[in-house]
Ligand binder design. Structure first.
Ligand SMILES: [Zn+2]
Length: 238
């Protein structure tokens, strides 16, 4: 069981994801080739500044609670969603918001600070991200921050679909960090076929939402509006 925020917070995040079309039910062909009955597309939420402000507030509260009395100096996130979140959480905490980019070389994938971004030794760092699936992005971020001499004071993400976010162990130092999510979500996947996949068994039409970018519709209801687009759950925030 992962370390998550209160039930009310989780319910609100789920509501925002559903209302914006970022969390959908149906019959989906996933990139892995497996099928799913629910689908998460975080950028359907992140495209709305008003949603980012609200979710950023929840993340900022989580960071403040975790970090305790001493303030945060900088908020950092991994590309791509982490760029937006670090910026907004940094705005709400009154700090810098920076990001680290993915670099692949002979030693594998890692994260790097570019564009003149710096974390000074002793600075207190909040690490934020959108959706944690395997935790790989966060595990790439931790050694980067440790190498700067910065102190990881809080790790907060929107959605944990890993089920194992409670602690993250640095691959570089072995140090253990507590990570928290606003919303923990179990998204089962299925082998295609009527014997194994409920959607196939029910004969539901299947969509591959990541492939074309057109299947899910990009004109969901705007924040604060009561009009609902096709497929909207009709729960406009506000
Ligand atoms: Zn299926």
């Amino acid at each position: 069981m992962s370390d998550t925020a209160s039930g009310a917070t989780a319910a609100r995040v789920e509501q925002v994801f559903a209302a914006s079309g970022a969390y959908r039910e149906g019959h989906f062909k996933l990139k892995s080739g497996r099928h799913g009955d629910r689908y998460l597309e975080k950028f359907q939420v992140l495209q709305w500044p008003e949603h980012v402000v609200e979710i950023g507030k929840l993340l900022a509260e989580m960071v403040r609670t975790t970090a305790g009395d001493r303030p945060i100096d900088v908020v950092i996130g991994p590309t791509t969603g982490g760029v937006i979140l670090a910026y907004e959480v940094g705005r709400q905490l009154g700090t810098r918001g920076i990001f680290a980019e993915s670099v692949s070389d002979a030693n594998g994938a890692r994260r790097e600070l570019r564009r003149g971004f710096r974390i000074a030794p002793g600075e207190r760092v909040a690490l934020v991200d959108d959706v944690v699936t395997t935790g790989a992005s966060l595990l790439e971020m931790i050694p980067l921050i440790e190498a700067t001499g910065g102190e990881i004071a809080a790790i907060a993400v929107i959605v944990d679909r890993s089920g194992q976010l409670h602690d993250l162990v640095s691959p570089a130092t072995g140090r253990r960090y507590r990570a928290q999510a606003l919303w923990s979500l179990d998204l089962p996947t299925y082998e295609p076929g009527p014997q194994t996949c409920p959607g196939c068994a029910d004969g539901l039409p299947i969509e591959a939402p990541g492939s074309s970018g057109t299947s899910s519709g990009s004109s969901r209801s705007a924040p604060g509006l009561s009009t609902s687009g096709p497929g909207s759950h009709g729960t406009a925030p506000g």
